[in-house]
Design a protein around this ligand. Structure first.
Ligand SMILES: Cc1cc2nc3c(=O)[nH]c(=O)nc-3n(C[C@H](O)[C@H](O)[C@H](O)COP(=O)(O)O)c2cc1C
Length: 178
């Protein structure tokens, strides 16, 4: 799958088969996450990675109902911002850097036929604090988002591979002036 096809055909997957995700695929996903741009190249992220179903369920509990897809996932990755590495003059860039890492991992997984869904954590502070408590995170490490990964259960998911052209809205574009 080339880059444009991956971008245009990605869609959230919330139902997964029991098929495991290999160490090789996991490494590619994580390398993709760490390959994106970050402010002043701070690379101010870390990742908690788990295949443990009990921990996936506890992470889902901590994030609330919208994180239910994590319960059936083969793999979960919690993206974390690391304030000790963040750009000192504007540390909030950690949020953007974490988002880029998350999207890169989602696209890399999709290119390998692995589905995923982004489960928002930051800035919903009750979720942030619940993940922090569950995982014993230091104060300088902030839960950003959870990504649930697995092979799509095609009996429950529609894998249409549509091109997403339906989202193109020319009225969002302002050429040369507002
Ligand atoms: C910041 C963010 C938070 C999200 N949180 C959730 C979530 O908690 N649960 C969920 O099922 N999907 C979540 N999503 C996925 C969106 O619902 C999904 O991307 C959107 O509906 C568009 O659908 P698509 O990803 O299939 O293109 C989140 C996406 C983003 C970017």
């Amino acid at each position: 799958m080339d880059t444009l096809e991956a971008i245009m055909t990605r869609k959230s997957v919330r139902n997964f088969t029991d098929q495991a995700i290999s160490d090789e695929a996991l490494e590619i996903i994580l390398k993709a996450g760490m390959s994106g741009p970050s402010c002043v190249n701070a690379r101010d992220w870390s990742f908690v990675v788990t295949r443990e179903s009990e921990l996936l369920k506890k992470m889902a509990d901590a994030n609330g109902r919208p994180a239910d897809p994590l319960r059936g996932a083969a793999l979960g990755i919690l993206v974390l911002g690391d304030l000790e590495r963040a750009f000192k003059l504007a540390p909030d860039y950690w949020i953007i850097d974490g988002s880029i890492a998350a999207q890169n991992m989602i696209l890399a997984a999709h290119a390998m036929g692995i589905g995923s869904v982004w489960l928002g954590t930051y800035p919903q502070m009750e979720r942030v604090e619940a993940q922090r408590k569950l995982l014993g995170l230091p104060d300088t490490v902030i839960p950003h988002s959870i990504l649930a990964f697995g092979y799509p259960d095609s009996s429950k998911e529609t894998i249409s591979g549509d091109t997403r052209n339906d989202r193109y809205e020319s009225n969002r574009i302002h050429m040369d002036k507002w």
